[in-house]
Structures are given as C-alpha cells and as structure tokens.
Design a protein around this ligand. Structure first.
Ligand code: ATP
Length: 569
C-alpha cells in the first residue's frame, strides 16, 4: 500500500488546483454528514423538549442546507477526483505501451500477445478505480470519520470510548481479509489474462480451428479458463462481503454497550436525551464510513495486485542497448566477422564470416532451420550476437543508434504485416504519405493494377489481417512498403514466395534494378529467384558451407548441387 501511494502520489502534483476543488467538495460532504448528526441534539432538546418555536423553522432550513452541502460536495469531489484518476490512468497506459514497445523482439516472441493486452487494459483498469474513486473515497470517508468522531467525543468522551474501542479490535480480522483479497486478486488477474490470451489465440488461428473441426475442443478449453475465473471471482466476493457481517457484529456489540451505559446516564440525569441521541446518531453514522473504509481497503488489494503485475512489466528492460552514433553515412560495406548466435544457449549461427558491398546482392539459401532468417535478424538488431562482430563501413553496428540504423533498412519478412488503415498509409508506414511515391512503389511491386481497381484506389482501407487481399497481393504490398522507404539496405526474407513464377521474375528484375545502389539480402527457397545474385551463401545447420556466384556453386558446392537437384527434380 505504501509503495502504491509512493508510486502514484507524484502524479497528483500536476493537478493541484483540481485537487483543491475536490478537497473542498470532500470537506463539504464530510461537514454536511457530521452536521446532520449534530443537528439531532437541538432538534430533540430545543424543539421537542424545550418547545422552542423559532428553532422549529431554523433547524429544517439547516437540515436542507446541510444535505445540499453534502450532496453538492460529493458531486464536486466525484467530478474532480474522477478527472484526476482517469487522466493519471491515461498517462500510465501510454507509458506502459511506450515502455513495452522498447522491449526486444525476443520478449514478444515469448510472451503471448493476449497477456500483454490484458496487462495494458484489464490490469490498468484495476488501478483506475484505486487512483480515482477509491483514493477519493478513502480520503472522504476518513474525513467523515474524523468529523463524526469529533461529534461523538464532544457529546460524551466516556461513551465515545466504549463506542469506538471496537475500531482497533476490528483491525485484526480485517487485515487478514485484506491479505487474502490481494492473493485472490492476483490469481483473478492471471486468470483473466489467460482468458484474453486464449481468445486472441482462437481468433488468430480461426482457419486451423475450422479446418480441423476443433471448435468443441477450443470451447472446452475456454470453459475451463472461464470456470477458473468464476471460482476465483466468487471466492473474492465471499472474502470481501465478510467485511460487512464482521463489522456489523462488532458494531452491534459497541452500540449495545453504549445503550446500556448511555441509558443509565440519561436516567441518572447526567446526559440529556438530545445529547444521547446526537451521540447515537453520530455513532450509527460512523459505522457506515468505517465499514466502507474497510471494504475499500479490501477492494484496493485488487489494485495493489494489478500494480505488482504492471510493475513487473515496467521492470523488464531491453537487452539490446542502442548505440549513440546516428547512422547517416553511406553504407559501402557490411562485414560479419566470426559471428555466433545462440537462442537460449542453442547455437543457431556458427562462426559466420561475410562481406557484402554496396550494389551487391547476397542470397541466402539452404535447408529450413539453417539460420538464414537469424542472420538477417542480426543485421536489423532484432537479436544480439553471442560473439563476433557485424560492421557497417568497419564500424561495429552496436555503436549506432538503433532507430537510425533501422531507418536505413527495409525488411520484408515471411509474415506480411498489414495495418488496419488505407493502402497508402500501409505503404508509407512510419513516414509522410507522398501520393506519387506511393503509386511509384506500387507500380514497382506490380501491385498498382489491382489497387487501382479497388473502390477507393490507394485510399481503400485494408483490414489488419489483409483478409481482403490474396497471399500474393499481400506480399506485393509488403514489397511496395519496403521500396517506398528507399533504404540503403534491403532485406527480402522469402518475400516473393507467394507469387506465381511470372510475377516473381518480373519483380525480381525490378528489385535487381533498384538495388544497384543498395546492399541487398535475399532469402529464398526457390533457387531461380536468386540466380542473378552477386553471391549466394549456402547455409546448413547454422554454418555457411559454400559461398560464390551461381556458376561457381554449381560446379564446386555439393550442398548447392543437392538443393539444385531437389528443386529441379
Ligand atoms: N526466436 C527464436 N527462438 C529460439 N530459436 C529460434 C528462434 N528463431 C529461430 N530459432 C531456431 O534457430 C534455427 C535457425 O532458424 P532460422 O529461422 O534462422 O532458419 P531459416 O534458415 O531461416 O529457416 P527457414 O528457411 O525455415 O525460414 C532453427 O533451429 C530455429 O528453430
């Protein structure tokens, strides 16, 4: 709790004025509540017993005023506190996504997307009520309690002792419940995150599910997650609702004591009826905020648990630090010297040595799992070399600012990513949209023909998964995006695999043409795609077994000949 307040109180500094208004609202609400308890004394003593006619009109007016202050105060407080809370949450959500996006590719491959979505939505929602309404209620109820305690003690310090002694006694069972609530909240958030992950898995893999008729299997799996969530939720309700009977019983004990003692005092004439009833009203009224406060404390445990999960995400840092040098020079040469790469201690690249010059195309071929994609992923710094060096113009790429490095590279991977936006926004992704350049890139990737036939041409909206496009059309979009950027380094990882032979050879020619001033890496299983490459590196089990142009490899490289024969079988 302390840690939670320490973390979030600094945010409140930006809202001093709003906080001040909210505080006035709280004071009005608390004052109104305590005042309406106090007013019981003159009501009974002066009007009903002393029969004061003037007060018969003054007191009801006062009651209206007090209730107006209470209601209006609550309104002001709720508005400003919600404003502050929602705004803080907005900032934290932005910050969390900003931070998450700085993390390495490796992190995203290991974490399920659904779980991250759950952290950024559900978990943050859980803190939302804590930093907005709950903190406000906590302050308001505490102020109300103070004001009522003042009335209680003022009316009879002795009776107040018996009436209030219950408060410290109640702390023991309540703190136990709070601990249990925190545990349950943690479990509940884990469970809702499992549900989100499973849902996102289902909708991403819907074709496989339908094709294999596994709808029932998936529903059964989902039912298990859902039932678990229900069980935890119901346990939370059981724990949380226990606060009320505990407090009611303890409260009743205190009130019974006070009735006996207070009644005796009234009978003995030590206390007026009005004083006694004012005291009792305040005491009764006091139990509501106390009960609310303990239930609030319990509810806040959910926020504490969510906050732990959010903080654990904030604590993860990127393992690929950016260098400081901005890469704005012409890249004349890329060299790899004794490069090794491991994924969790399993070697993927072993002792790779390469050199590619400006204007050259290096093709990477070989069996699946040979390490081709791993190599190009190192050039974009998606992963870090285990040992060895990758250099641009003899400078280690670790020294370059990552953003500037990636600004100079276009990569088309095996998976085509389409954003839920127009064709032109997809092509110019990350850059200003220049209509003419978009059309040029689309023409180069031979996509313009089908795009111009679409309803809104380059302003047609594509959906996230590109379902309104064929596989080949999606690849052309991805190639157009890479060309639009006009990078110094072009990486095509199976970028034309979904195209028919004719389209592929046309696009390959275009790429050959535009890559004259670039350094190009092409990964392809279809050997015909890469026959014009300056050099072809043949990969096998993480090693380059041969390197050279096509005719040299055909003569000298056993592994290439094997691949070639397989392809032409
Ligand atoms: N993110 C990763 N985490 C763990 N292992 C990985 C990861 N990416 C690749 N690997 C492993 O590294 C090896 C090389 O994979 P890589 O994707 O580089 O091969 P590839 O030659 O590009 O294969 P393909 O032609 O099938 O795309 C494989 O054994 C693969 O299982």
């Amino acid at each position: 709790m302390k840690q939670f307040l320490k973390q979030y109180i600094p945010y409140y500094k930006d809202y001093k004025l709003k906080f001040f208004y909210a505080f006035i609202g709280m004071a009005l609400a608390a004052g109104g509540t305590a005042g309406s308890a106090y007013v019981v004394k003159p009501l009974l003593d002066e009007i009903f017993i002393a029969k004061d006619l003037d007060l018969l009109y003054t007191i009801p007016a006062l009651v209206i005023l007090l209730y107006f202050a209470k209601g209006f105060g609550k309104y002001i407080q709720s508005y400003y506190i919600s404003y502050i809370g929602q705004d803080i949450i907005r900032k934290i959500r932005d910050k969390l996504l900003g931070h998450t996006l700085t993390l390495d590719i490796d992190f995203f491959q290991k974490k399920q997307g659904g779980e991250l979505i759950s952290r950024i939505t559900n978990d943050i929602n859980k803190i939302q009520s804590a930093v907005s309404s709950q903190i406000a209620e906590l302050i308001r109820e505490s102020l109300t309690i103070f004001a009522l305690i003042f009335v209680v003690i003022y009316q009879s310090p002795e009776l107040a002792f018996y009436g209030l002694v219950i408060m410290p006694i109640a702390v023991i069972p309540l703190s136990r419940l709070a601990k249990k609530m925190k545990k349950l909240s943690y479990a509940s958030q884990e469970s809702i995150s499992d549900i989100t992950s499973h849902l996102s898995e289902i909708f991403n893999n819907i074709e496989i599910i339908k094709a294999n008729s596994t709808e029932k299997t998936e529903t059964d799996k989902f039912q298990k997650h859902n039932k678990k969530y229900f069980d935890i939720s119901i346990k939370s309700v059981k724990t949380n609702e226990l606060v009320s009977p505990i407090m009611e019983t303890l409260g009743a004990l205190a009130i019974a004591t006070v009735i006996v003692l207070g009644g005796t005092k009234v009978i003995d004439g030590d206390l007026t009826v009005g004083e006694f009833f004012s005291f009792m009203t305040a005491l009764f009224m006091l139990y509501t905020p106390i009960k609310k406060l303990s239930s609030l404390y319990n509810k806040m445990q959910a926020a504490l648990a969510a906050n732990d999960r959010i903080n654990s995400l904030f604590d993860i840092k990127s393992n690929i630090p950016s260098g400081n040098e901005i890469l704005n020079e012409e890249i004349k040469k890329i060299t790899l010297e004794n490069v090794n790469l491991k994924y969790d201690d399993i070697p993927a690249l072993k002792n790779i040595n390469l050199e590619v010059n400006q204007g050259e195309t290096l093709a990477l071929v070989g069996d699946s799992g040979g390490g081709k994609s791993s190599l190009v992923n190192l050039i974009v710094r998606f992963y870090e070399t285990h040992s060895g060096e990758i250099k641009f113009n003899n400078k280690n790429i670790k020294g370059f600012d990552i953003k500037s490095l990636r600004d100079n590279i276009s990569i088309v991977t095996q998976r085509v990513y389409i954003f839920n936006d127009t064709v032109c926004a997809n092509i110019a992704y990350g850059q200003e949209i220049d209509e003419q350049r978009v059309i040029k890139a689309l023409k180069q990737s031979h996509a313009y023909d089908f795009i111009k036939d679409m309803e809104d041409g380059i302003y047609t909206k594509l959906d996230e998964f590109g379902t309104n496009l064929s596989g080949g059309q999606r690849q052309r979009i991805a190639i157009a995006r890479a060309l639009y950027k006009n990078p110094q380094i072009l990486i095509l990882d199976e970028a034309t695999s979904a195209l028919d032979n004719e389209s592929e050879s046309i696009i390959s020619e275009v790429i050959d043409e535009i890559s004259k001033d670039k350094i190009t890496f092409v990964i392809a299983h279809r050997l015909s795609t890469v026959k014009h490459a300056t050099n072809i590196a043949v990969f096998s089990k993480g090693k380059i077994v041969c390197i050279g142009n096509e005719s040299k490899l055909k003569e000298e490289c056993k592994e290439y000949k094997r691949l070639y024969n397989l392809a032409n079988f």
